[in-house]
Design a protein around this ligand. Structure first.
Ligand SMILES: Nc1ncnc2c1ncn2[C@@H]1O[C@H](COP(=O)(O)OP(=O)(O)OP(=O)(O)O)[C@@H](O)[C@H]1O
Ligand SMILES: [Mg+2]
Length: 305
């Protein structure tokens, strides 16, 4: 049976009188890629900083790689790679110096991968941290999280600031780590971003987990976006009545809808008319995410405060 590498129980975090986390429970299993999704301010970074023992929880417990005291166990901490939302680094040191310092903290682990990773991300190691662009700082974050081939990677919005080509490079790197046996916890406010790599995702909203689901199941639930264009305006009523068809709308000769399950009924109804154009694509998780937050949407009971 898989064992949990990260165990979070009843995590509560107050910032003064503001309750940022309201009882977060999370379990990340050995070897999985776990997506952690939520809108701005939902509590992703706060949860992650509690997991890393950078922040003391108000209530609740955290266990990482078998210890609940990461600060007191540098040898366990050295098995974790962390990409923070905001990278802190001494402004006057060069990237190379910063990474060398981190290697020292990690008992020399990772030095041999610095050049390779920097080359992959087009990172100039001789630049000073001060004056680096947001994207270049993010590259430093990626290199320092991955370079020592950690067992557990905790990545807070890893692709933010990276251009599309480097986002792809990041995904390749994350997949390699996963194939190599690492466990990944990846936060994002964009579901489609982690959809490509995550096996499961947890959705956090206003300091509480509202959903934990397999990506494959989410995809099934997301359905397909279909559009059909006819040689005459289609009947909204006839198509709205079909099983599995939701959010049906008609504009001119074109019908748009979200289809769940088999397309049989839709195809039979459509075949009664002349179809001039047809498109269907799997909805991405972003679209499902939107449903989840729609006031009249498909969110389960109790999701909304
Ligand atoms: N140091 C702090 N002092 C006071 N409030 C804070 C502090 N850090 C975070 N918060 C608040 O706690 C809540 C959760 O913040 P957090 O940074 O964890 O969210 P997030 O999900 O990471 O958001 P984002 O997507 O914007 O990064 C927010 O309302 C935020 O304003
Ligand atoms: Mg954050």
């Amino acid at each position: 049976m898989a064992s949990a590498v990260v165990k979070v129980r009843g995590l509560v975090k107050d910032y003064g009188r503001f309750r940022a986390l309201r009882g977060v429970d999370l379990e990340v299993q050995q070897g999985e890629v776990f997506g952690f999704i939520g809108p701005n301010g939902a509590g992703k970074s706060t949860t992650i900083r509690c997991i890393l023992d950078l922040l003391r929880p108000t209530e609740g417990s955290v266990e990482v790689l078998g210890t609940s005291d990461l600060r007191g166990h540098p040898e366990v901490r050295a098995r974790v790679g962390y990409l923070p939302g905001e990278l802190a680094m001494h402004g006057s040191s060069t990237v190379r110096e910063h990474l060398a310092y981190l290697c020292e903290l990690r008992q020399g682990r990772g030095a041999e991968r610095v050049e390779e990773l920097a080359a992959r991300f087009g990172l100039d190691l001789d630049r000073r941290f001060r004056g680096l662009s947001k994207g270049n700082k993010q590259k430093v974050g990626v290199v320092q999280a991955f370079m020592h081939t950690p067992d557990l990677l905790i990545l807070d919005e890893p692709t933010s600031g990276l251009d599309p080509l480097l986002q792809q490079e990041f995904l390749r790197l994350a997949r390699e780590a996963h194939v190599g046996g690492a466990t990944l916890l990846v936060s994002s406010h964009i579901l489609s971003e982690v959809e490509a790599i995550a096996g499961r995702v947890a959705i956090i909203r206003a300091g509480a987990i509202v959903d934990v689901e397999d990506v494959a199941k989410l995809r099934e639930r997301a359905g397909q976006h279909v559009t059909l264009t006819f040689d005459e305006p289609p009947s909204l009523e006839a198509f709205s009545a079909l099983p599995g068809l939701e959010q049906v709308s008609v504009e001119g000769h074109t019908l748009s809808a979200v289809l769940h399950g088999a397309p049989d009924a839709l195809l039979k109804e459509a075949s009664r008319h002349t179809v001039t154009r047809w498109t269907a694509h799997d909805r991405n998780l972003e679209e499902l995410f939107m449903d989840h937050y729609r006031p009249d949407g498909a969110a389960s009971d109790g999701d909304r405060a």
